[in-house]
Design a protein around this ligand. Sequence first.
Ligand code: PLP
Length: 223
Amino acid sequence: MANIAENIKRIKNQLPDGVKLIAVSKFHPVEKLLEAYGAGQRFFGENHAQEIAAKAPDVPHDVKWHFIGHLQSNKVRMIMPHIDMIHSIDSVKLIKTVNKEAARIDRIVKVLLQIHVAQEKTKSGFRVDELLSLADTGQFEGLDHVKVCGIMAMATNTDDKKQVALEFSTVRDTFEKLKKDFFSQDDCFQELSMGMSNDWKIAVDQGSTMVRIGTDIFGPREY
Ligand SMILES: *Cc1c(COP(=O)(O)O)cnc(C)c1O
């Protein structure tokens, strides 16, 4: 049995100041989430719209939901009242839908642009060159109900630490280029969401500001 409170404490003790821990509670019941909440955890990551909508009424109001999975445009409305940040913007169509749905309920929602640096084709996200050219043509401008706060990425699932470090450093370089060329006036553009249970230490070494950790906190998921 995972001791959730101890796991959170152990991880937080190892995170440098300013690096946020997102506890990935997907597929875990609300009771486990509340155990983490009791240990002071406030940021929770989920990757299914239905799961956030189902859990949200059963948790305290200061829980901050972070959406981290592939998001279909037709599910945006379902999460909009609950969500603190969407890490996984992977198309122009999606960010426009998020902007529209946020406007509909008169709020501003924080988002990250997801880039694809891993070797697995199944992982989603913009290619680096694609993202830079979309930014260059102003595709992320004029969206008054979203705040672009940085970028998110997943590394290849491999034991090759050098490969993972190289991918994370590509993410950081892309973040810095975007910040300098397109988001320099944007105070909010400062988050680099990278690192999961098996690679978060490497991610932190490479400049991560948000680690998304599930298994290391809650134990294995039962699908
Ligand atoms: C599930 C998931 C995580 C957490 O994975 P663990 O290996 O359990 O820490 C992090 N990020 C994303 C995008 C995920 O889908």
